[in-house]
Design a protein around this ligand. Structure first.
Ligand SMILES: [Zn+2]
Length: 408
């Protein structure tokens, strides 16, 4: 073995398990107590080991632009307008520098898998792809980075965008996304995105139904086309804040539709909280889809960061544990099983959404492991446990020293 992590606490169904993890050739080769050998040994002293976090929905290309944008109204319209103007001055070098700043923050928070949503349109061209695609190889030592190309400002209403999506996929983008709510023909965009996905045999990840009016949902169109094209398990939809406005029986019907079609839902709690309900003066609706209810009906769901320090979300530390905790607050989740599920929503569930094979702390899987400063999955979410160290394919990628008191 190349490395033994002694006294690791692993989250279990009900209780945690204290054990050792043996690593060789980048993979986990043993999980059992009493491992020893003439090799590097790290004693975790009962700290929690979880698989690397999975960030399935984040915008690296428009992160960290608050120095050049306003965020005063806190509305989706303002965010799209402000970023649309700022984008005109983006250069490949500028996008690359901001993406690296964000990506490294994510790595330091324990994220080892990511789907970055990058936009193309006739104003920005494919600069985001040119800037960020090289990071896939440059950062492979720490993170598996997947690129999803999508038309933030519409497709059918924005001539030239279609060709740019095709160009991005030819250059190596892994997934195609959509944003029907900014399109003059939402159904038309959804149909065209499915066509493109089938042509390139790539998965689909939409931004969808992003307001709190229960009318006019396009979720049904996505489910219908997923079934028509045999894309079950390969389609995700992000935000879907309209679901938060549905009464229980309608929510259940939507959940069953999603589960039957095999469409996953990603909730972006920080962005949804920030942008929804800004038109109200009091009793403000929160607009966060109740994923823990959807899971009960068999829908695969995930939590993700979405935006970092821009008018869509003028916050962000790239912490997935913070997203899990934030969702627990919004969902009023306090039970142990509910809190464990919140941890799954930033690990196992998004891994399934991204169809990642060999994910998780198990013998035979890649040793992608994060050590948190706590001793249970419940405490990780309750206490926003700090990531102390990360390992990618068995190699240490970051270290954070625990805080120390200096008594007089
Ligand atoms: Zn997004």
């Amino acid at each position: 073995m190349d490395l033994i992590l002694k006294n690791a606490c692993l989250p279990g169904e009900r209780d945690e398990i204290l054990t050792d993890i043996g690593i060789a050739g980048g993979n986990i080769v043993a999980i059992q107590g009493g491992l020893s050998g003439d090799t590097e040994i790290i004693d975790l002293d009962g700290k929690l080991a979880v698989p690397g976090f999975v960030e399935s929905h984040i915008h690296l290309d428009k992160a960290c632009i608050l120095d050049r944008c306003k965020s005063e109204e806190g509305t989706l319209e303002e965010a799209i307008r402000e970023v649309s103007v700022a984008k005109k001055a983006f250069t490949v070098e500028d996008i690359r520098a901001r993406a690296i700043r964000t990506l490294e923050k994510c790595i330091l928070q324990g994220t080892t898998r990511m789907r970055a949503h990058l936009e193309v349109d006739p104003v920005i061209g494919i600069k985001s792809i040119e800037a960020i695609l090289p990071l896939v190889d440059e950062y492979a030592w720490a993170i598996n980075l997947e690129i999803c190309v999508f038309p933030q400002e519409g497709l059918l209403n924005n001539p030239g965008t279609d060709e740019l999506i095709i160009e991005a996929l030819k250059r190596g983008a892994h997934v195609v996304g959509g944003c029907p709510y900014t399109d003059s023909d939402p159904r038309g965009q959804i149909e065209r995105i499915f066509e493109i996905a089938c042509e390139f045999d790539v998965d689909i990840d939409f931004h969808l139904d992003f307001d709190t009016n229960p009318e006019g949902m396009t979720l049904g169109d996505v489910c219908e086309l997923t079934e028509k094209h045999g894309y079950s398990g390969r389609v995700a939809i992000g935000h879907v804040s309209k679901l938060s406005a549905l009464p229980p029986e309608q929510l259940k019907a939507a959940a069953i539709q999603l589960a039957n079609a095999g469409v996953a839902v990603t909730v972006l709690p920080s962005t949804d909280l920030y942008l929804m309900g800004a038109e109200r003066s009091h009793n403000i609706v929160r607009g966060v889809a109740p994923v823990h209810r959807l899971i009960e009906d068999g829908v695969n769901c995930a939590l993700s960061t979405n935006n970092v320090l821009n008018p869509f979300t003028p916050f962000g530390d790239c912490s997935m544990i913070r997203m899990a905790n934030l969702y627990a607050n919004i969902g009023q989740i306090g039970t142990n099983s509910g809190l464990r599920q919140c941890l799954d929503l930033v690990t196992h569930h998004p891994a399934r959404l991204m169809r990642i094979e060999n994910y998780g702390i198990a013998v035979g899987n890649p040793a992608d492991i994060v050590i948190l400063d706590c001793s249970s999955g419940v405490a990780a979410v309750q206490e926003l446990a700090v990531p102390l160290a990360g390992f990618k394919n068995g190699r240490r990628t970051f270290t954070r020293e625990p805080a120390q008191l200096h008594r007089p």
